[in-house]
Design a protein. Structure first.
Ligand SMILES: Nc1nc2c(ncn2[C@@H]2O[C@H](COP(=O)(O)OP(=O)(O)O)[C@@H](O)[C@H]2O)c(=O)[nH]1
Ligand SMILES: [Mg+2]
Lengths: 702, 75
């Protein structure tokens, strides 16, 4: 029977764990979440010599086994719990040759856990340039392990690593630092109370909020023969432990590593001078943002148009091939447009993640955090939140996914919750048509007109609301937030194409698998609601409309008749009755039942608003002018004045600015927050805000 | 008078002497911010927060309020 070897890749952030992982597994990997939390879990399979298979786990980056975030907790829980299905047979500790000293801290801790550990010293290609040389055999002896000098970039050392993994049973599990000397008495007491447990594991359980096997903090506290210490004393001990370990590491490196500073060269200092400069740094960053924004807003419109046309063509072709009926209609008007509604997001997601992974890979993202920290902190956000917030202006879906690289969960959650306030491109058609209806096309000053100013105000409103609500959320959201601002500024590097490509593919797959299902399901529900009606007015629409139009039939072309039938059907479909049912609710906002229908159906996506109105008003084309004229002629049944006046218009604009009118966003938020709780809170909060502001605006202006 | 890391000027180096143990995140220690180690201020953001430092070979950004807890001796 072939045996699987469980391998965990562990290491500080940015040491190349994911690069090594990609190298070992190729595209043979699955990305998901750890059960119950939103930490990304990357696992893959690697074939070792002699037909042995290794299950490789790419653990989140951590500086030590003293966890201060959800990500780091995952690492400890995997390493402590022998019953965990991910519990490693062998741990591969990936380190960066330029930061060996700091990287070894984690290594010495892992060595204390009775897990065979291999030390990978990555980025070996940079040794020469940095003037570093290492005495590997001496290092192996001091650390009581095997060391692989590796370059994930140059693909060196992979075979050696694979062989060592396959022969993991030969590795020593002896610790290299004895941590218990920091307080002998205390540790001896601990061992007496739990003679069968590994001492260092016990220590970790005492100092962290993690559980392993059947022991947790409380069982330790309850053990009568042993008394626990105060939190501040424990922290002092942890500090002592760290110092102790560093002493050992300094000693070891003194004997095994030489750094010739004179021959070290680097672009870091020069690039930093420019990229985090008080003026240039910001200008460059905004130029980059502008570029990314342009790409997702503009360039992705070409593939998006193709996708749009492709799916429309597919619908038409199938409609022509199949006999007409309920099933054909379900396929061509429910399922295919639903699928199209998923695929349409792929170009934007791919573009955004292409750029984001380049920013991450190159080391620039940490500079962004550095530049934006002070500003964003005031609103309870992270420096990294700026990228999702700006890209939300194109589309909230990729933006919500882009929050993944914000480590702090509270900051990440707040960013996810407020991103949908930024003015996404789907709001634009709605804004444009309503603005052109109700805002006079006159100049205010120079080239600025009321209409363009209104549009700009709406964009500003989106940003201000997003920041304002983050501020509120940061005040009211109570969650354990142990994180402090200590950000590593990695070296600049050329992005590895393989890493970028895998990341883009992965994010696209994640979107389709996670949010796609929900989008498809809601599309089909909306289709059913619009295609069936409760009574004869729907099913006999042809007869009714034809007889109504009998006298004028000659004057009416066949096309007009069809439109009239479609409009009649929509009015008497389930969604039509729903529109009428909510009329009392939306009347105070200045809307009639027709707008009610458009509101409900545009829940699929905001831009559907225009198309739905076109169908209700039985305007054949979605040509803006035609719909606009028809809307302008619409009369308010109560007042007899034009329906789309300033009050209704402003009320609608505000409604669309604030309401969560987008099922895809809800789907992706559900996926990223791992449950329905936050998307529903978001939905109610945003809809509530939309309703109240629209109500106030209409009542004041009417 | 005690000098703290927050008073360091750009390009200046110093040696860490001690710090207020309870106020400093353990993480910072783990990244090499320990008494006796050398620290250089590389860059600062506007209003000198955050500060971009080289501590014992690690390149880190920390906020000013944390830097105020770390005592140094200029070299
Ligand atoms: N020069 C060099 N760069 C590398 C090597 N391995 C990874 N990198 C780069 O190091 C950075 C961090 O890599 P990544 O795999 O994301 O690290 P992780 O955070 O540990 O998963 C990326 O920019 C990689 O392209 C290597 O062997 N040599
Ligand atoms: Mg990684």
């Amino acid at each position: 029977m072939a045996k699987h070897i469980n391998v965990s890749l562990i290491g500080n952030p940015n040491t190349g764990k994911t690069s090594v992982f990609n190298l070992l597994t190729g595209l043979n990997q699955q990305v998901g979440n750890y059960p119950g939390i939103t930490v990304e879990r990357k696992a893959g399979v690697c074939k070792l010599p002699r037909g042995v298979k290794a299950h490789i786990l790419d653990l989140p980056g951590t500086y030590s086994l003293n966890a201060s975030s959800l990500d780091e907790n995952v690492v400890i829980e995997v390493l402590l719990n022998k019953k965990d299905k991910d519990y490693p047979d062998v741990a591969v500790v990936v380190s960066d040759v330029e930061n060996l000293k700091r990287n070894l801290l984690l290594f010495t801790q892992i060595k204390d856990l009775d897990i065979p550990a291999i030390l990978v010293i990555n980025m070996a290609d940079r040794m020469k340039r940095k003037g570093i040389s290492l005495d590997i055999p001496a290092l192996e002896k001091a650390l009581k392990t095997k060391v692989v000098l590796m370059s994930a970039r140059k693909k060196q050392g992979v075979d050696e690593l694979k062989q060592l993994i396959a022969a993991y049973k030969k590795l020593s599990v002896e610790p290299c630092v004895n941590a218990s000397v920091i307080d002998k008495e205390y540790f001896e007491g601990l061992q007496r109370a739990f003679p069968n447990q590994s001492l260092y594991k016990l220590w970790l359980v005492i100092t962290q909020d993690v559980n392993f096997a059947n022991i947790n903090r409380n069982t330790i506290a309850d053990a009568s023969e042993f008394h626990t210490k105060k939190k501040s004393d424990l922290k002092r001990l942890q500090q002592k432990e760290t110092i102790k370990r560093y002493q050992f590491i300094n000693e070891t490196l003194k004997q095994t590593q030489t750094i010739d500073v004179a021959s070290a060269t680097g672009v870091r200092a020069k690039l930093d001078q420019l990229l985090v400069h008080k003026v240039w740094g910001y200008l460059i960053f905004f130029a980059i943002l502008l570029f990314i924004f342009q790409a997702i807003y503009d360039w992705s419109s070409y593939p998006m148009d193709l996708i749009d046309e492709g799916f429309a063509w597919l619908s038409e072709t199938i409609k022509a091939q199949l006999p007409s009926g309920g099933l054909t209609s379900l396929i061509t008007e429910g399922i295919i447009p639903g699928l199209g509604g998923i695929v349409i997001f792929i170009p934007q997601i791919a573009f955004l993640f292409f750029f984001i992974s380049i920013l991450e890979e190159s080391g620039y993202m940490s500079r962004v955090v550095f530049l934006m920290d002070r500003l964003m902190r005031r609103f309870g956000l992270s420096g990294k939140s700026i990228v999702p917030l700006i890209s939300g202006t194109a589309c909230a879906i990729p933006a919500v996914m882009a929050t993944r690289n914000i480590e702090n969960w509270k900051e990440r959650l707040i960013t996810i919750l407020v991103v949908p306030f930024t003015t996404c491109s789907a709001r634009l058609p709605v804004y444009l048509i309503i603005i052109s209806l109700v805002i006079p096309n006159e100049r205010v000053a120079w080239i600025f007109g009321y209409q363009s100013l209104s549009l700009m105000l709406l964009y500003l409103l989106g940003f201000v609301t997003a920041l304002g609500s983050s501020w509120l959320l940061s005040k009211f959201l109570k969650m354990p937030n142990k994180s402090f601002f200590v950000v590593e500024m990695p070296n600049y590097k050329w992005p590895l194409f393989k890493n970028v490509a895998i990341n883009v593919i992965e994010k696209t797959k994640a979107f389709i698998a996670g949010a796609g299902k929900i989008i498809l399901a809601i599309s089909i529900v909306l289709w059913v609601l619009a295609s069936y009606g409760p009574n004869e007015k729907f099913s006999k629409a042809e007869v009714i409309v034809t007889s109504q139009l009998k006298e004028s039939l000659e004057k009416n072309s066949k096309e007009n008749l069809e439109q009239a039938i479609a409009s009649h059907k929509l009015e008497h479909s389930y969604i039509g009755y729903m529109g009428k049912a909510i009329e009392p609710l939306v009347a105070p906002l200045g809307y009639d039942w027709k707008i009610g229908i458009a509101l409900i159906s545009s829940f699929a996506a905001r831009e559907v608003f225009v198309g739905t109105l076109a169908a209700i008003y039985s305007v054949g084309s979605e040509e803006e002018e035609t719909i606009k004229n028809r809307m302008a002629a619409e009369i308010n049944p109560v007042s007899g004045a034009p329906l789309f006046n300033l009050a209704t218009g402003v009320s609608l604009l505000l409604f669309y600015a604030f309401a969560m009118q987008c099922m895809s966003t809800i789907a992706i938020v559900k996926k990223e927050t791992n449950g329905w709780r936050w998307p529903l809170i978001q939905l109610f909060f945003m809809s509530g805000l939309a309703y109240v502001t629209a109500l106030i605006a209409y009542q004041l202006l009417k | 008078m005690k000098t703290t890391l927050a008073e360091l000027k750009r390009g200046q180096s110093a040696v860490i002497t001690m710090f207020e143990t309870d106020e400093i995140p353990l993480k910072l220690l783990e990244m090499g911010c320990l008494p006796g180690n050398e620290v250089t201020l590389l860059q600062v953001a506007p209003f000198s927060c955050p500060m971009y430092l080289n501590i014992n070979g690690s390149h880190l950004a920390i906020r000013k309020e944390v830097a105020k807890q770390i005592e140094i001796e200029l070299i």
